[in-house]
Design a protein around this ligand. Sequence first.
Ligand code: COA
Length: 354
Amino acid sequence: MPTPTAVLCGLGTSLPDRSVTNDQLIHDNNLDSDPRWILERTGIQARRMADTHTSTGDLASAAGTAALHSAAEQAGPTITPDIVLLATTTPDHRCPATAPAVAHRIGLGGVPALDLSAACAGFVYALTCAKALITAGIYTHPLIIGAETYTTTLIDPHDRDTAILFGDGAAAALLRPGTDDEPGALLTSTLGSDGARAEFAHVPAGGSRLPFPAPTAAPRDHYLRMNGSAVFTQAVRRMTASALHTLAQTGWTTNDVEAYISHQANQRIINAVADRLQIPQPRRHGNLRQLGNTAAASIPLAIADAADTRSVKPGARTLLTGFGAGLAWGAHTMLFPDARPHSQPPRTHHEDTP
Ligand code: COA
């Protein structure tokens, strides 16, 4: 019997209600910026922002539940996840991981559940790990979730270098065993990291290197600090190289790519990678303009958006690329899923507690 591959069979999303335009963001935080500059230099017009009562786990639980409803619509309610991988850089607590609470809140009993931290590359990393679990026969139905609340945790609202870029949200994908010729099939991936350039995007304090608060930590050291142009250059270089490597391993040329979905960080980064790969404009899909950079949630949110609007047809040859702090990056080829995404508003912890 051939080794099964992983097939994406359910998609769920959860977004905070509040949409904040560039105008509002600048006004609310007294930023030295300009709405047109933000739109032209990043492609972002608005972003969803969580309130301080909404956690990453709240968004993740809702997106995970929505993904199960999406899968049930197609395959019947028989699919129960047997492991949960939560890609996030903004967990609910430093300890414990957020995934066990999310699994509990979704009603998954005692399944194994873990957080995976690879910043904006988190979802591509999680896809690769989840697929490996299926092909190795260890688990059959991983639920993978990308969920973030950067705006309430890691972003200094008064730092124009980062405050203009990030938004909050979550999206989830349920996987099952299947064959590599069906819609949703995960094909080949390449992952990479470069810790020598960790300081290009990092949070100086709050970990064991520099606990926060501490006498040696500066007041804003618990916020993300980023060298935008250095990150930009690395993002283009690394995503292009990993895409070419993954395409070669899949046996595709760039001409074969019918849909390109990148991590949504900056439209100029996405275009630079797609131009180098010679993927034409109509094949580039994303939702950066309305959602900004939602880190580990951005790729599954963009997949869900393309599935919802039917702008990519099921079975289309799809290339995903991710890049983020670490540095960490990856690319993945897949056949676009045939799943109708479901969406749920974030659920507060109290709503889930009897
Ligand atoms: N509003 C208005 N002007 C700004 C600005 C802002 N938010 N940020 C920078 N500028 C100004 C600079 O002062 C500079 O002015 P000058 O030419 O008079 O000196 C000019 O715009 C260009 O600055 P630069 O830093 O070169 O801008 P950029 O084109 O590189 O855009 C980013 C900045 C952050 C949008 C861009 O570098 C980026 O998106 N990087 C990748 C970030 C990323 O992907 N992060 C996620 C992974 S951690």
